[in-house]
Design a protein around this ligand. Sequence first.
Ligand code: SAJ
Length: 440
Amino acid sequence: MGEAVKADLIRRLEDKTAVVAIMGLGYVGLPLAVVFANAGFKVIGIDPIQEKVDILNKGESYIQDVPTENVARLVKAGMLSATTDFAVLKDVDAVSICVPTPLRKTGDPDLSFIVSATESLAPYLHHGMVVVLESSTYPGTTREMVLPRLEEVSGLTVCEDFFLAFSPERVDPGREDWTTINTPKVLGGISNDCTDVAAVWYSQALEQIVPVSSAEVAEMAKLLENTFRMINIGMVNELALMCDRLDVDVWEVIDAAATKPFGFMRFNPGPGLGGHCIPIDPLYLSWKLKSLNYTARFIDLASEINTTMPRFTVGLVQNALNDHGKPVKGSRVLVLGAAYKPNVDDVRESPALDVIGLLRQKGADIAYHDPYIPHLSHDDWDMDSVPDVMRSVSEADCVVIVTNHRDYDYDAILEHAALIVDTRNALGRKGLNHPKVVRL
Ligand code: SAJ
């Protein structure tokens, strides 16, 4: 039975008569939906948020990296549509689940979105379907959390009646050179047949598929990628703390080390670690290992250092103002850049939120500017981005560069600000040993 089901599904994937659904239309799901539709599949996007569905069905995009004209063309051609109704899945052959995997307030993984998507899919699972989970999660999730729920509700058997795999997303928001299409895609199934079917599907639209022997290998590969970044960023953040005590400029040190043409990879210190991936995915791994009585010490240490950086940044501001005879309390402090990294419109886990909150607690007259983020709300405060950034720069007692967007005129900021704390080396060597610049 399984071979016939597999062969028929592969045929429909290869001739693109298979109907595709993408569950979760965020920064991963929407680009993937557009890629599959561009490849010739009829794609149905499914998302519980009606506003997103309405925007897409009007032929518009709400994701910075997905041009509206691409969505408009595909919607007009009938290749892409969106709905909140999971019942469409009964006529779908290939489903990719691209839902968030955040942390709970307790710091534990929050798999509720994966469970919800799986339980929404299960009643409509039918013979000849392939399901791929893309959400970053701990090794074992696909086999232990997704598979049982699909089989129990549907009564179907994986590898016989349907196929299930994991394929981690590698979307780097704001990046234009590596995209969903040309970034190699790791993919591992519950079985070899599952890997084969999912690889045939994805290879119809993506340039390079990297099949691995199991879903667990694919899940772990993703966590290695992001843990690698988180730990190395933590290491250079600790280097910044060391250089502060040694009165050595950490940026000069890193610039010098980075001239080594082999055996070194540059990472930069900063005011903290933001985004919905790098600070979070490694903690899925350390949480899983704790359940196996193993302590992932590198992850825990890096996370501890990264989370101290906002407070260290505020200390730099406090000392800089003090050196100018001004208390933090009552001083006008302008934070430049609220997004979690340059040139994106996302504030999730942004260190700017912590820096602003800490400065508020110290009584600073705080304001922010971010060309991508018109409004901020967090904990018990909210505020709008100042309308005239250069006026606010010139009026501030201290300007803190938290996110070095390319939109800023850093020469003008250096000229007009009274005092600058540069946490991103945004001013470059012009800020080195400058009387009104304090560098991280
Ligand atoms: N950061 C530093 N120092 C660095 C690099 C980054 O402080 O040297 C900070 C950034 O400011 C940001 C955070 O770390 O706050 C995360 O930065 P990121 O460049 O890792 O960006 P993300 O989280 O948007 O995207 C990453 C992807 N980045 C790269 O590969 C460059 C990739 O790991 C994943 O595709 C993506 O997370 C994901 O979805 O997992």
